[in-house]
Ligand binder design. Sequence first.
Ligand code: PLP
Length: 390
Amino acid sequence: MKVADHIQSLVPYKPGKPISETQREFGISKVIKLASNENALGISSRVEEAIARASKDSLFRYPDPSCYELVQQLSRSLGVLPNQIAIGNGSNELIDLLIRIFCEKDDAIVTQQYAFIAYQLCAQACGVKTHAVPVDSKLRLNLNDTLDVVQTNSKVKIVFLPNPNNPTGTLIPSHDLKAFLQKMKAVSPETLVVLDEAYHEYVTSSDYETATSWLGEFSNLLVLRTFSKSFGLAGLRIGYLVGSSASVDYINRVRNPFNVNELAQIAAIAALEDQDFITQVVKLNTQEYLRFAQAFEANKIPYFESHGNFILFETLGEAESIFQNLLREGIILRPVGNYGLKNHLRVSIGTAQENEEAISKILKVLKAAGRIKKEESIQNGNTRGQSHYN
Ligand SMILES: *Cc1c(COP(=O)(O)O)cnc(C)c1O
C-alpha cells in the first residue's frame, strides 16, 4: 500500500476528551466537561420538540438534499439570495470542501498563527501548504503581514481568518478587516477570503460587525457560520457558508448529496426561530466570562481577552500535568499543545455552577503544583474583567 507523504504525516484532529472516557479512566462519576466550546445551556426546548416530532415522522426518508427550508430562512434573515448559501455537515465540512475545490496540490492557504487547526488539517490532507502569519504578544494579527504573504506567494488560493479565533479568542477589528478586503480586491482579486464567524452570536464588542453585510462589495468574500456553538447543535453537525453564487454552485457539485441529515436541518430551522434562547445563552456567557476573568486576575494567572465562549489562560509552566491533575478532579479542559501553546489551557465557559467548580479546582491544582501562591489566592476578586495582555 503506497500512501502520499502529506497523508503519512497527517496527525488526526484531537477533540476534547469525552466525559465517559474520563469517568472510566479515573473511576469518578461527576465530571464537568469544559473542553469543546459546547453550549453551556444545551439546546433550546423548541429545538428539542422539533427533533422529537421529526424522529417519529420522517427519519425513514432521505433528507432534503437542497436543505430548502433552511436555506430560505437563512436567505431572509441574512438578506442574501438563496443561491448564495451552502449548508454543510458542520462548518468543518465546508472548510474541507473549499480547499478541495479551490486548491490544487502544492497550492497554499494563508491563516494566522494559532488559528483554528481545521484549516491546516484539511489543507494537509489535500497536499496544500499552510502559511501561518505570526501574531504579536497579545496574539493579535497584523493584516498587513497577511497581505504581504498573499502578494509574495502566487500559490495562495484562500485566506482563512477566524473571527473571533479559537483557541485564542482574539478578534480582528472590523475596520481593519474591511481595509484588508479592499486591499485584497486591488492586489489579488482572485484569492478567496474566508471569514470564519463560528462565534458570531457571542461577540459583544463594538469593534465587530458581521462580514455578511459586506458580501455585495467583495465578490471573493465567503463567510462561515455554525450551529455547533451558540445554537447548541454540535452533535448534529450543521453549519453554513454565505458567499458568491458561483462558489456555492461549486460546493453543491462537489459535496455529497445528503451531507446534512434530516434532524440537523429540522433542528437548525427551529433554532433560528428561537431568538430568546440565543439572548439567554449570550447573556450567561458574558456574565460568566467575568467570573473567570476576575478569578484569573485575582490570582495573577495570565489570560487572553476572549470574544467567544472560552478563555485561553497560562498555567505558568507546562500545561500537561495541570490538565491531567484537573482530570483527576473531574474537570476536563482543553490542552492546546498541538497549537504550539505548551503552557496554556483553554476553558469553555459553562453554567455558573460548572464554572465555580472549575475555578476552584483550577486554583487548587495550580497551587498544589506551586504555580500560584497560596496566600494570594482568592476565588473572586473585584477587578474588572481585563486581560493582563490588554
Ligand atoms: C467550533 C468551530 C467551528 C465549527 O465547527 P463545526 O464543524 O461547525 O462544528 C468552526 N470554526 C471555528 C473557529 C470553531 O471554533
